[in-house]
Design a protein around this ligand. Structure first.
Ligand code: MCN
Ligand code: CUM
Length: 795
C-alpha cells in the first residue's frame, strides 16, 4: 500500500514528482528473472583451478605446527599455502581499512574461530575441500576474550601480541560533543533516565557469499580480478599499494552481485589468496566461500554496548543526551569507514531533536571474534545511533508517563532551524519532521490503535505500538573531511552521447541490487530528455569506469548521482553551442525544453539532442574550443552529506503463553528528498524493514565461553521470511536536499536504520504491564517470556 501525500512544506511540493519517467521497471531485471545474471561464481576461465581455505576451529590458540605433506601429495592438489609461505613474500599481513593489519593466513597465533590458516589450490572445489582435511595443524589453546565488558580487565589475555607496544585489548577512544557542557545540563536537569542498550552482533548475510576469480597473466604482468566487491576502484588501488602490482596492470571486475549490504566493502583474505594462488600456479584460481564461512569470518555488524542517558524537564523537553559505548571490533580492526570517524557516524545519536547539549564517547576493543563492524545497511553506524536515541526516548516517555508520539513531536528540530547544526558537529541539510510524523500516525490510525490497546490490556492481552523517528547522515562525503585510507570520498560519472543520440553513463559506484542501471539512466533522462531505454549504464569494471570510492553508506545517489546530473548539464551546455552553430545563431539565443534546444521566440526552429549528437560527430563546423563529441566527465565532491529521515509505526501482538512476537502492521513514511524511481525506493524500504524485523526479533551472532560462534549457519542465524513480516504500508514526504544537484538524498539504508527501534519499542510497549522498560534484541520468544517473568535479558 503506498499512500502518497503532499507535505505541508511548500518548498517540497514543486519537487514532489519522480524524475526521469518515475516508476519504470528495472532495466536489469530481464536478465535476473531469466537466470541470466552473471555472478562471480558464474565466471569460468580456461584452465581455472579452485581454492579452499582451512579455518581455525579455535578462538584463541598458538599455532604450534602445520604439516601440509599429505595434502600436497593429493593427486589433484596444485599448491598448499600457509602463513609461513606468505611471510616469505611479505604478504602474511594486509593493512585493513582502519589503519590496523589483519592476518591473511595465521602465523604464530589464531585469534577467532573461522580464521584463515591455510589455502589449498586444486583441480576442483571438491578436491580442494578434501585436501583441507589432510592438513595437520597442532594448536595450543589459549584463554579467549569473549565478553567485551571483560576485554579491558587487567590480566585479560592480550589478543594482539603481534603489535608492538600493544599490552592490552584497547584499540581507540573517540568522542564527540562537549562533555562539560553536557554534564552541566545533566546536573541541573529535573529528570534523568539511563539504560544499558545493547545492539548485538548481527551479520548482513547476503544471498551471494563472497568470492573471487583471480587471473594473473605472467607474460604481460596483468592481473584480472573478478570480485564480489562494492568498491572496485578502491580495491584496485589498495591491491596496487599492497601487492606491488602496478595499478594499470590490475583490472577489477565486479559483475552482478547477489546483495552486498556492506558485507562486500572490505578486502578479505580469500581475495588475496586467490591472487596468490594464481601467481603461484600460473593459472586462474576461483575461491567462493560457503554460507558458514560467510557468517563466521566476513564482516559482522553492530556489537555496541551503549550506556544511554537522557536529561529532560518534567513536562517533556529533552535537554541533552550522553552515552558511553564499548565497541567490539573483533580480533582485527577492519571496519570500513572514513578515517577520521573510528565510530562511523555514530555521533548523530542526537537524532531528530533540538538539544542543548550532547556528548558521546566510544571505546573500541579487541575480542576473539571475526573482524568487521561497519556493515548491514548501517549508514556508517547510524543504525546504532538511531536505535540508542529512539529506545531512550521511549524510556523517557515511560518515566514521564507521556505518549511517545507526543514526546517526539514536542522535541523535533523545527523546519525554520534548517540547515541545523547539531551539538556534535553535523549540519543537517534540510528537514520538516512534523508532517512526516503526522502522516505516519494518520496512516497507522494511531489514536484508534491506542484505544484498541487499552481495551486489550483490560482483557489481559498483550498488544504493543512502537514508534521511531530517525535522521540519517548519508552521502560521504566532502573529500576534505572524509577519506578511506587516504582516498578522498568523491565519485565520478562519465556521459557519452553516441552519434545517433543513444547514450552511455559510466559510474564509479557499483550496484549490488539497488537498481543503478535504471535509476542512473533516469537521472540522465531527466537532464537530457533521452528516454531511459536509450541509455546504458556501465559499472563494476575498473577498465571501463571513472575512479571513485564505490557503493556503501547510501552514497551512490548523493555522490555519483550528483556527478551524473552535473555531467549531463555539461553535455547540455556543449549541445547548446553545437546547436547554435547548426542553426547559425548564438548560444544565448537558444532555449531548452526537455531533449531539445530551440530558438527563443521561434519554437519551431530547434535541434534535438539526437540531431545535435550527429552534428557533433559529423561535419558541422564546430565553434571555437568545442571538440567533436557530446561527452562529459565529472568527479563530484559533495559540499555536505544528505540527511534523509522518516517516521515508522509498528504494531505487535505478544503471545502471553509463549512470548512469541507477531508483527501485525508496519507503517513507514520516508523522506529521501527528490525521488527518482518510487518503485525502487519502495523496494529498498521493504528490504530494510525486513532487515529490521529480523534484527529485532531473531538475528544474532552469539558466542559461547570458548569463543565458538553460535550463529554460523542458517539453522542458527535466523533471517525473516515472508512468514514473519507483515504487508508493509509505505508513504512518503518530499523535502529536497538544498545542495544536491537534483535534491535527492540516499534511501538504501533508511529502513534498516529506522525499523529496529520501532519493533523493539512495540515489544517493550506490549510488555509494559509487567513493568518492562527495556529489553535487548533479538526479542526471541524465550527472552520475551523471561522479561514477562521479571527476569533480566540474559547477556
Ligand atoms: N533512489 C531513488 N531516489 C532517491 C534515492 C535513491 O530512486 N532519492 C534509488 C537510487 O537511485 C538507487 C537506490 O534507490 O537505485 C538506492 O540508492 P542510494 O540510497 O543512493 O544507495 P546506494 O545505491 O548507494 O546503495 C547502497 C545501500 C547500502 S549502503 C546498503 S548496505 C544496501 C542498500 O543500498 N545494500 C543493498 N540496499 C540494498 N539493496 C539491495 N537489493 N542489495 C543490497 O546489497
Ligand atoms: Cu554500512 S552497510 Mo552499506 O554502507 O554498504
Amino acid at each position: 500500500t503506498e499512500l502518497a501525500e503532499r507535505p505541508a512544506n511548500p518548498a517540497a511540493t514543486a519537487a514532489d514528482r519522480p524524475i526521469g519517467f518515475g516508476r519504470i521497471q528495472r532495466k536489469e531485471d530481464p536478465r535476473f528473472v531469466r537466470g541470466r545474471g552473471r555472478y562471480v561464481d558464474d565466471i569460468v576461465l580456461p584452465g581455472m583451478l579452485h581454492g579452499a581455505i582451512l579455518r581455525s576451529p579455535m578462538a584463541h590458540a598458538r599455532l604450534v605446527s602445520i604439516d601440509t605433506t599429505e595434502a600436497l601429495a593429493h593427486p589433484k592438489v596444485h599448491a598448499v599455502i600457509t602463513g609461513r609461505d606468505l611471510e616469505g613474500l611479505n604478504l602474511a599481513w594486509a593493512p585493513t581499512l582502519s589503519a590496523d593489519v589483519q592476518a591473511v593466513l595465521a602465523t604464530a597465533k589464531v585469534r577467532f574461530q573461522g580464521q584463515e590458516v591455510a589455502f589449498v589450490v586444486a583441480d576442483d572445489r571438491y578436491a580442494a575441500r578434501d585436501a583441507l582435511e589432510l592438513i595437520d595443524v597442532e594448536y595450543e589453546e589459549l584463554p579467549p576474550v569473549v565478553d567485551v565488558r571483560r576485554a579491558l580487565d587487567p590480566g585479560a589475555p592480550v589478543i594482539r601480541d603481534d603489535k608492538e607496544g600493544q599490552t592490552d585489548n584497547h584499540i581507540f577512544d573517540w568522542e564527540a560533543g562537549d562533555r562539560a557542557e553536557t554534564d552541566a545540563v545533566f546536573a541541573a536537569a529535573e529528570v534523568v533516565v539511563s539504560e544499558e542498550v545493547v545492539y548485538p552482533r548481527v551479520h548482513p548475510a547476503p544471498m551471494e557469499t563472497c568470492g573471487a576469480v583471480a587471473d594473473y597473466d605472467p607474460v604481460d604482468g596483468k592481473l584480472t580480478l573478478y570480485e564480489t566487491t562494492q568498491a572496485p576502484h578502491a580495491h584496485r588501488t589498495l591491491f596496487a599499494m599492497v601487492a606491488g602490482i602496478p595499478e594499470h596492470k590490475i583490472r577489477v571486475i565486479s559483475p552482478d552481485i547477489g546483495g552486498g549490504f556492506g558485507n562486500k566493502v572490505g578486502i578479505y583474505p580469500g581475495y588475496i589468496l586467490a591472487v596468490v594462488g594464481s601467481i603461484v600456479t600460473g593459472r586462474p584460481v576461483k575461491w567462493m566461500e560457503d554460507r558458514s564461512e560467510n557468517l563466521m569470518s566476513t564482516s559482522f555488524a553492530r556489537d555496541y554496548v551503549m550506556r544511554g542517558e537522557v536529561a529532560a524537564t518534567r513536562d517533556g523537553k529533552i535537554l541533552a543526551v550522553r552515552t558511553q559505548v564499548l565497541a567490539d571490533h573483533g580480533a582485527f580492526n577492519a571496519t570500513a569507514q572514513p578515517t577520521k570517524y573510528p565510530a562511523g557516524f555514530f555521533s548523530i545519536f542526537t537524532g531528530s531533536y533540538d538539544l542543548q547539549a550532547a556528548h558521546c564517547s566510544v571505546t573500541g576493543v579487541y575480542t576473539n571474534k571475526a573482524p568487521g563492524g561497519v556493515a548491514y545497511a548501517c549508514s556508517f553506524r547510524v543504525t546504532e545511533a538511531v536505535y540508542l536515541v529512539e529506545r531512550m526516548v521511549d524510556v523517557l516517555a515511560a518515566e514521564l508517563e507521556m505518549d511517545p508520539a507526543e514526546l517526539r513531536l514536542r522535541n523535533f528540530i523545527r523546519p525554520e532551524q534548517f540547515p541545523y547544526k547539531n551539538k556534535t558537529g553535523w549540519e543537517y541539510d534540510s528537514g520538516d519532521y512534523e508532517p512526516t510524523m503526522q502522516l505516519a500516525l494518520r496512516m497507522a490510525g494511531y489514536e484508534e490503535l491506542r484505544r484498541e490497546q487499552a481495551e486489550k490490556r483490560s482483557r489481559g492481552e498483550l498488544m504493543g505500538i512502537g514508534l521511531s523517528f530517525f535522521t540519517e547522515t548519508v552521502g560521504a562525503g566532502p573529500r576534505k573531511h572524509m577519506d578511506i585510507v587516504g582516498l578522498g570520498m568523491a565519485d565520478g560519472a562519465e556521459v557519452r552521447v553516441h552519434p545517433t543520440g543513444k547514450a552511455v553513463v559510466r559510474l564509479s559506484v557499483q550496484s549490488q541490487g539497488q537498481g543503478h542501471e535504471t535509476t542512473f539512466a533516469q537521472i540522465l533522462a531527466e537532464e537530457l530528455g533521452i528516454p531511459p531505454e536509450d541509455i546504458d549504464v556501465v559499472h563494476g569494471d575498473t577498465d571501463q569506469t571513472p575512479f571513485g570510492l564505490g557503493t556503501y553508506g547510501s552514497r551512490s545517489t548523493p555522490v555519483s548521482g550528483g556527478a551524473v546530473a552535473l555531467a549531463a548539464r555539461k553535455v547540455k551546455e556543449k549541445a547548446r553551442a553545437i546547436a547554435a552553430a547548426m542553426l547559425e545563431t548564438r548560444p544565448e539565443d537558444l532555449e531548452w525544453e526537455k531533449g531539445r534546444w530551440y530558438v527563443k521566440g521561434d519554437p519551431g526552429v530547434g535541434k534535438t539532442i539526437a540531431e545535435i549528437a550527429l552534428g557533433a560527430h559529423g561535419t558541422v563546423e564546430l565553434p571555437e574550443g568545442i571538440d567533436g563529441n557530446l561527452d562529459a566527465e565529472v568527479t563530484y565532491d559533495p559540499p555536505n552529506l544528505t540527511f534523509p529521515f522518516g517516521a515508522y509505526v509498528c504494531v505487535v501482538d505478544v503471545d502471553r503463553g509463549t512470548g512469541k512476537v507477531h508483527v501485525r502492521r508496519f507503517v513507514a513514511v520516508d523522506d529521501c528528498g527528490t525521488r527518482i524511481n518510487p518503485m525502487i525506493i519502495e523496494g529498498q524500504v521493504h528490504g530494510g524493514l525486513a532487515d529490521g524485523v529480523g534484527m529485532a526479533l531473531m538475528e544474532f551472532i552469539g558466542f559461547d565461553e570458548q569463543g565458538n560462534n553460535l550463529g554460523g549457519s542458517f539453522m542458527d542465524y535466523l533471517i525473516p521470511t515472508a512468514m514473519e513480516v507483515p504487508d508493509w504500508e509505505t508513504g512518503h514526504t518530499v523535502t529536497p536536499s538544498p545542495h544536491h544537484p537534483i535534491g535527492a538524498k540516499g534511501i538504501g539504508e533508511s529502513a534498516t536504520v529506522g525499523s529496529p527501534p520501532a519493533v523493539v519499542n512495540a515489544v517493550v510497549d506490549a510488555l509494559a504491564p509487567f513493568g518492562v522498560r527495556h529489553m535487548d534484541m533479538p526479542c526471541t520468544p524465550a527472552r520475551v517470556w523471561e522479561a514477562m517473568q521479571g527476569r533480566p535479558t540474559p547477556p
